[in-house]
Design a protein around this ligand. Structure first.
Ligand code: ADP
Length: 490
């Protein structure tokens, strides 16, 4: 048999109380009677009533004040008021408090039962809705928790078996997952690290710098991480929408080593070639003094000299690149870029005239001086402006602008030449890389590699924007006061 609803009556002893009690019991409600405030409080705790009926005055207290307090403690309990006389003020307070209703004489059994039933029905509806909502929310939460647990353990298995180091962070940079490779790289305890802020756990400055960048400007950021034992890793920070970030790291020590050995070989070979080439040039100059040469012989000799000069220039470029990359460029003085540009344009005057190039230089007034190596910056200008002229069509236009912004000098060199194919743009700063559309132009592909290493050594940035058939703009940003001179590499 279903449990009967219990109606708690807080009415002072009177014939009304008896009437209510009898009427309710007659239609199968249970009733409990509170004789005073203490009893009311106890019964509320012990009996979980389905409805509370309170008189306008109960145990010497204002019934509406009692209800107002109880609503706070039992927000789902329906209340009914009983009053001897309905005044507009009383009715107003009842509605303001949101109480289910009130009863007043003349009391007929039908009225009592109808009002109680109405209040209970409404409360049941609210209760049912509440239970349904709670069930729905908890089951969806449980489901989410289950899915994420299952997903998490699958992900954990995958991540743990990856040879590379992996760490997953949430949006607040708390560690969600970290694999054994990452733990052993940084000496972490996997269990102790989970749930901790990553910056409390990772102390390595290179990795901290990568994480601090937060992947904001670039959804995928790279950073080299150097370990005290000489190992080098390439770390990436990738944004995972809706989760946070993934930090992944691969050991690139062997690649660095290959690069070092290759540079060393190139450097040694270049160095060893320079002396014999100087002697070849010397002897080609002496040949004509040893006797008269016919026209053919003179032509051959000229070709030999041109080729040897070309190889010598190439070797000098390689040696220079090696010394800049090795961090040997430590000279720093205050340099005015405008003055250097004038020298560059003077040097290139012959080519400018020969190709009828229109050059427009726009240098901002009172440009601040730079802390830099003037010889290297001159090389930068020679190469970038030289390329703009070299790759321009006859009668092309080259625009150069230099201005200062927020402690930086910004140099822009634009031309309306052939442009650089999109697939080449990421590689033109690599050694020996030449664009696919440049077969008819002479070059070694070393100029921009030298420019890039000089810009890097000055803590600057270089990039290109180019559209095929429309031209290219090279941007170089240099800090006015380049913070430190990089230490020479061993
Ligand atoms: P090089 O000019 O000797 O080939 P660089 O390193 O100076 O070598 O340039 C690399 C490549 O970049 C060039 O081969 C060319 O494809 C491309 N490049 C550089 N500057 C320009 C430019 N202003 N316009 C079009 N292509 C350019």
């Amino acid at each position: 048999m279903p449990k009967k609803d219990l109606i708690l009556l807080a009415l002072d002893e009177s014939h009304i109380l008896k009437l209510m009690d009898r009427a309710l019991q007659a239609v199968n409600y249970d009733t409990a009677i509170a004789s005073d405030m203490k009893a009311l409080s106890r019964l509320l705790q012990e009996t979980s009533p389905a409805l509370l009926m309170v008189a306008e005055t109960f145990d010497g207290h204002d019934g509406l004040v009692i209800v107002e307090e109880l609503i706070e403690r039992f927000p789902t309990l329906p209340f009914l008021m009983y009053t001897e006389k309905v005044t507009p003020g009383f009715a107003n307070r009842v509605f303001r408090l949101g109480i289910g209703g009130y009863l007043a004489p003349p009391l007929r059994t039908d009225d009592i039962l109808g009002t109680v039933e109405g209040a209970l029905k409404h409360a049941h509806r609210v209760g049912d809705w509440l239970r349904r909502e709670v069930k729905r929310t908890t089951s969806s939460l449980q489901k989410r928790a289950q899915i994420s647990e299952a997903e998490r353990s699958r992900l954990e298995t995958v991540i743990n078996s990856i040879h590379d180091s992996v760490m997953i962070l949430d949006e607040d940079n708390l560690i969600l997952l970290v694999n054994p490779a990452m733990c052993s790289s940084f000496g972490l305890d996997e269990k102790a690290s989970i749930g901790k802020p990553v910056m409390d756990v990772i102390q390595h400055p290179d990795l901290r710098a990568l994480i601090a960048s937060n992947g904001d400007q670039d959804p995928l950021q790279h950073h080299e991480v150097n370990f005290p034992d000489g190992k080098v890793a390439s770390a990436q920070l990738t944004v995972i929408p809706g989760i946070g970030h993934a930090v992944t790291m691969q050991d690139i020590t062997y690649l660095k080593e290959v690069d070092r050995v290759r540079n060393e070989v190139v450097h040694t070979v270049s160095h060893d070639l320079r002396s014999p080439l100087t002697s070849v040039i010397g002897y080609t100059e002496l040949i004509s003094r040893a006797g008269t040469l016919n026209e053919n012989q003179q032509d051959f000799l000229k070709r030999i000299q041109d080729s040897v000069k070309h190889i010598t220039a190439l070797i000098n470029d390689l040696l220079e690149l090696g010394s800049i990359e090795a961090g040997l460029d430590t000279r720093r003085e205050w340099v005015q870029l405008e003055g250097l540009l004038r020298y560059t344009l003077d040097m290139l005057q012959g080519q400018i005239r020969a190709k009828h190039i229109k050059v427009q230089a726009d240098v901002a007034p009172s440009l601040p001086a730079l802390r830099a190596n003037p010889v290297r910056l001159r090389q930068v200008l020679d190469n970038v402006v030289g390329n703009a002229i070299k790759y321009s069509n006859d009668s092309g236009e080259v625009k150069i602008s230099i201005h200062a912004e927020g402690g930086q000098i910004i140099l822009q060199v634009s031309d309306n030449g052939p442009g650089i194919p999109i697939q080449d743009q990421a590689h033109i700063f690599d050694k020996f890389y030449r664009g696919h559309n440049m077969d008819d132009q002479e070059g070694s592909g070393l100029g921009l590699a030298i420019v890039k290493s000089i810009v890097d050594a000055h803590q600057g940035r270089i990039w290109v924007e180019s559209n095929l058939g429309q031209g290219s703009t090279f941007f170089i940003v240099l800090p006015v006061n380049s913070p430190t001179i990089p230490a020479a590499r061993k």
